[in-house]
Structures are given as C-alpha cells and as structure tokens.
Design a protein around this ligand. Structure first.
Ligand SMILES: Cc1cc2nc3c(=O)[nH]c(=O)nc-3n(C[C@H](O)[C@H](O)[C@H](O)COP(=O)(O)OP(=O)(O)OC[C@H]3O[C@@H](n4cnc5c(N)ncnc54)[C@H](O)[C@@H]3O)c2cc1C
Length: 407
C-alpha cells in the first residue's frame, strides 16, 4: 500500500485543474486517478468548440481541450494513473481501485472527488414501449462518433432543450443525421438563447410542452408516440431517440460511503473550502451541481486545489461545527451546502442555486434570522443563480436561503 499527499478521483477539467494547482503550490505527491484511457473528462468527446477561452486564452474543440488538460497535468508533475477506476472510498482518505494489475488500495492525507455528472438515460426517464437499438444520450452519441466513427441513426428525435441539447443537435447535423424534431416537456427552453431559435433555423421542428410517451420498434427504433401541448397524441417516424441533459451527479462512490448525498440533488454537501463533512475529503466540479460549463468546473477545481494546499500546510485541524445551509422549495440545491468557521480564503465566494421549476417570487439569504440579501424576479429551472457569500456567513449559527412565491 502506497501513500500520497492528495488523491484526486476524476481527470476532467475540475480534477486536472486541482491537481495542477496543488503541484504549483508545492504539494509533492498528487495522484490523479481516471478510469478512462485519457484525461479530459466529458470534454474529450465534444467535437465542437468553444472550450478553454478563460483558462488557456484560446478557443479549443472539446477533444483538443482534453489533450491540453492532459499535457498540463503531465507538465506539472502530477502522478497520472489512467485506466484506474475507484470502486470505494473510506473515511480519512483511503480508496480502493480496480487497476490493470487488479484491485489495489491507496491512501492519502487528503482526497478530492471530481467525478462529474451524467445525463439521465431512458430508464431514469420512465419512457415505456419497446427496447430497440438506437436510444442513446448525448454523451454516448458523442463517444460513438469521436472514438468509433459510428453514427447510430440518421433521423432521431431529440428530447430536451438544455445547452447540451444544442451540442446534440450540432453533433447530428455535422455527422450526417437530420433530427425529425426536438421536444421539450416544459413550457419554455431550458437553455437561454440561441437554443430557442437554433433548431428552427436549422429546419428542425421544435415542440414545447411535448412529452415522449412510447418508443416503438422491433430491432431498431421505428417511431415514437408524443403527447403535444394541446393534449393530442401524435406518432412520428424516426430511427433513434437522443435523450439530452437532465444531468445527475456521478456520486455512486459517495452514496456508498458514510458521507452520502442530498436526496433532491444527489450531490455531496461541501463547505466554502470545498470540504465535505469528512475534513479529509473534498469535492469539486459538476459532481456538486450538475451542470456547469467546462471552464466553470476548471476554475472551481483550481480554487478547491488552492484551498486543499492551504489546508495541508496548516498545523491545526479544522475548527468549529458545521452548519447546514437550509433552503425552501422549489430550490433544488445550494452549493456550498455547509458553512464552517475558518480563517483561510474560501474557494467559493458565491452560493450557487438551481430551481426545480419556473417560479416568480422573492429569493433571500438570512444569517441567524437577519436578512442580508434579497431579490425578486422570475427564476427559471436549470439556470445558474448566484448569491454572494458574506464573510460573516462562515461564523453564522443558521444560514437559510428563503423563497416566497408571488401570488
Ligand atoms: C455532451 C456534452 C457536451 C458538452 N458541451 C460543452 C461545451 O460545448 N462547452 C462547455 O464548456 N462545456 C460543455 N460540456 C460540459 C463539460 O464537459 C463539463 O462541464 C466538464 O467536463 C465538467 O468537468 P468535471 O471535471 O466536473 O467532470 P467530467 O468532465 O465529467 O470528468 C469527470 C471524470 O471522472 C471520471 N470518473 C468518474 N468516476 C470515476 C471513478 N469511480 N474512478 C475513476 N474515474 C472516474 C470520469 O471518467 C471523467 O473523466 C458538455 C458536456 C457534455 C456531456
């Protein structure tokens, strides 16, 4: 059994940025564990731009951005171990992993979990009907195209209207497929412009308020049944179904550990330093809050890497009790979800929020019963909402994000 200063699980933008920052700050042995054959995470199979503008000062396509991440980690002297899948984490920074040589155990003074997020597959969406070939998520489609030059359909139906749905549409159009339609169950697109007009501009019919009821096909997908906004049903011929978005944190390791995850978001709670309830274990990136951009995840990883380096350099342990950040529905999650007293510079200076549905009303932040921030407007689901974290929040005994819906 070998020991390291820090073990990072996940070689996407968040994990790589944290690893490079730890090395830059003099942390000697940083092990980066990645189950895939290369670093880069979800960006590796994105055949489109833009990636990297803020972190590297130039625009990359996804695959090239992934290669840049790998080169940065190697240059920084990170101990990169690809083809290594972590299967268990234990209190205090011990991990069990499946490696090309068999099962191994590693320990470290600190552990960072940066395992990202994944789209909801068909099973999680409870769509009934047959089980033919040709039903995939955007990530799977892009991996087929990028790594195997395989396009699983020519006329798919695209389900969803997040930013990743635009990525799905672009992948289809640039690889010889022409979607028969895009549908969004909600009353409006989840992504901001240009998704609202892009499908129609490309000649792809776009139905809001439409739900996929059934998939039909003996071997391949042959058609689907939709319920449209006016309540009528319609069958549309197609040869595939492309489920996009509805990301959920890749938190299986945490769910099996003593730390657990929040029920509503499947994400771990962290404090403003990126630290979980176990002071040896940190988390960063899309695992925290599916889903943000690669650049955002990178900056978050770098900030948590800095906080970890400072934590390692400190002599005394983490002081003070943890206080959970409570919130009202229909808020889905608040990151950080814990506060803890500390004299260090936090990695997060804003609370990040998501709403489960569109709601108009007054959003507020209260510390020990005293309101310190409030705003009233219409809040949209799956959009980034930020509230500055006042320095006194880390010393508060009660932190609440409230919501009063307008009548
Ligand atoms: C289809 C698609 C299109 C996108 N398009 C864009 C875009 O155009 N622009 C943009 O900015 N962002 C885009 N994104 C989002 C961007 O890819 C993510 O924001 C970013 O990759 C998140 O970084 P991360 O490090 O948090 O997680 P990830 O990139 O998901 O990396 C997590 C890593 O952890 C590894 N891992 C997971 N579990 C284990 C384990 N048990 N053991 C070892 N390794 C493990 C995974 O293999 C993965 O490599 C897109 C995402 C998708 C899925």
């Amino acid at each position: 059994m070998s020991a390291a200063d820090v073990i990072i699980i996940g070689g996407g933008p968040a994990g790589v940025a944290a690893a490079v920052e730890l090395r830059r700050r003099g942390v000697a042995h940083v092990v980066l564990l990645e189950r895939e054959p290369h670093l880069g995470g979800a960006t590796r199979h994105c055949s489109h731009s833009p990636f990297g503008m803020r972190e590297f000062g130039r625009v990359y396509f996804g695959a090239a951005y992934g290669r840049r991440l790998e080169a940065e980690a190697a240059r920084a002297g990170v101990d990169i171990r690809t083809g290594h899948s972590v299967v268990r984490i234990e209190a205090g920074g011990r991990v069990e992993l499946a490696t090309p040589r068999g099962v191994e155990t590693l320990t470290a003074r600190r552990l960072l979990i940066a395992t990202g997020a994944r789209e909801a597959p068909r099973a999680a969406r409870l769509v009934s009907g047959d089980r033919p070939v040709g039903v995939v998520t955007t990530g799977t489609l892009q991996a087929y195209v990028a790594f195997h030059e395989l396009m699983p359909f020519r006329r798919p139906l695209i389900v969803g209207s997040e930013l990743v749905s635009l990525s799905a549409l672009l992948t289809c159009l640039t690889h010889g497929a022409r979607p028969v339609a895009m549908i969004e169950p909600g009353p409006r697109t989840l992504a901001a412009a240009p998704l609202a007009w892009f499908p129609r501009l490309m000649g792809v019919p776009f139905h809001l308020g439409a739900e996929l009821l059934d998939i039909h096909g003996a071997r391949r997908v042959e058609d689907v049944t939709l319920r449209l906004r006016d309540g009528s049903t319609r069958n549309i011929a197609c040869d595939g179904v492309l489920f996009t978005g509805r990301f959920t944190p890749e938190s299986a390791l945490l769910r099996q550990s003593a730390l657990g995850v929040a029920v509503a978001s499947s994400a771990p709670a962290i404090d403003p330093f990126g630290r979980t309830a176990d002071p040896h274990i940190f988390a960063a990136g899309n695992l925290l809050r599916a889903v943000e951009t690669a650049g955002w995840s990178f900056r978050e990883g770098r900030a948590v890497g800095r906080a970890m380096a400072e934590d390692l350099a400190r002599r005394e342990g983490v002081a003070g009790d943890m206080v959970p950040v409570t919130f009202d529905p229909p808020i889905k999650l608040v990151v950080p979800g814990l506060v803890r007293r500390s004299t260090e510079q936090p990695a997060f200076n804003k609370f990040q929020l998501r709403f489960t549905r569109e709601a108009r009303g007054r959003l507020s932040l209260t510390l020990d019963g005293r309101e310190v921030w409030a705003r009233e407007k219409t809040w949209l689901p799956e959009r980034r909402i930020l509230i500055p974290i006042p320095p006194e929040a880390c010393a508060a005994g009660a932190v609440h994000v409230g919501f009063e819906e307008s009548a």
